[in-house]
Design a protein around this ligand. Structure first.
Ligand SMILES: [Zn+2]
Length: 245
């Protein structure tokens, strides 16, 4: 009887109505990414935040797929394809930054563009994709070098690109509430491979600088990771709610 009552009280949300988010903790396996002053890797930090964020989003009724849930390294193109294949509402690649300038700190979120928006974005692109681009398969799939402009000019994708920008702004807005990740470095643009391959709203977030001693240590702490996951969850809930009206 009790089970029946419980069954009556639960109103399951139809699967199709549940927003579907793909989270992509960057790097992994033999590609640890950047390191903080204590040698904690970007790979382990963003994986931890990705898992916390998944739990937060599921609490909010979303379905979530992680491109990796342990220390492996899926190909960058495969990560974006996961989001495309299931027509995700959003694809969020999660990273932490690094700079030779020790004082540099703050969070920034990237969307796709044909060119890096400035020199910092260009060097970040090199850092993030060191040894990752230029396989024969990528070159074959990519076509001529002007392809990113063709992607952006495609009317079917223009709306997706606008949505990516709205998602990026919402993420920056919410990350600004996490004091240890300050200052907000805003919305930026670069031709990251994971973004080039995505056909759904897609962003790449750099949560803060591991090269900044204080910020890098904070990102490795559970309390900051939980705060960050909650901020990203708020952003995704806001983004999806506005899109679905
Ligand atoms: Zn990274």
């Amino acid at each position: 009887m009790g089970a029946c009552l419980a069954g009556l009280l639960l109103v399951p949300v139809p699967a199709a109505a549940q927003p579907l988010i793909v989270l992509d903790p960057g790097h992994g396996g033999d590609k640890p990414g950047a390191k903080n002053a204590d040698e904690k890797t970007e790979s382990s930090i963003v994986l931890s935040i990705g898992k916390l964020l998944k739990a937060e989003l599921e609490k909010n009724g979303m379905r979530v797929m992680l491109t990796r849930d342990h220390e492996v390294h899926p190909a960058l193109t495969a990560r974006a394809h996961m989001a495309n294949e299931i027509a995700a509402d959003a694809f969020v690649s999660i990273h932490a930054n690094w700079s030779p300038v020790p004082a540099r700190r703050g969070a920034e979120t990237y969307i796709l563009s044909a060119d890096a928006s400035d020199e910092e974005a260009a060097s970040l692109l090199e850092l993030e994709e060191a040894g990752e681009v230029g396989t024969e398969e990528d070159v074959a799939a990519e076509g001529p070098s002007g392809d990113v402009e063709a992607i952006l000019a495609d009317l079917r994708l223009a709306d997706t690109h606008r949505e990516s920008a709205r998602l990026a702004r919402t993420i920056q807005d919410e990350l600004a509430t996490v004091v240890t990740l300050s200052p907000s470095r805003g919305l930026r643009q670069a031709p990251f491979l994971v973004l080039r391959r995505a056909r759904v709203p897609a962003v790449l977030v750099e949560l803060g600088y591991l090269s900044h001693v204080e910020q890098g240590r904070s990102l490795a702490e559970k309390s900051t990771q939980k705060q960050t996951a909650r901020a990203l969850a708020r952003a995704l809930v806001r983004y999806v709610s506005a899109r679905r009206g």
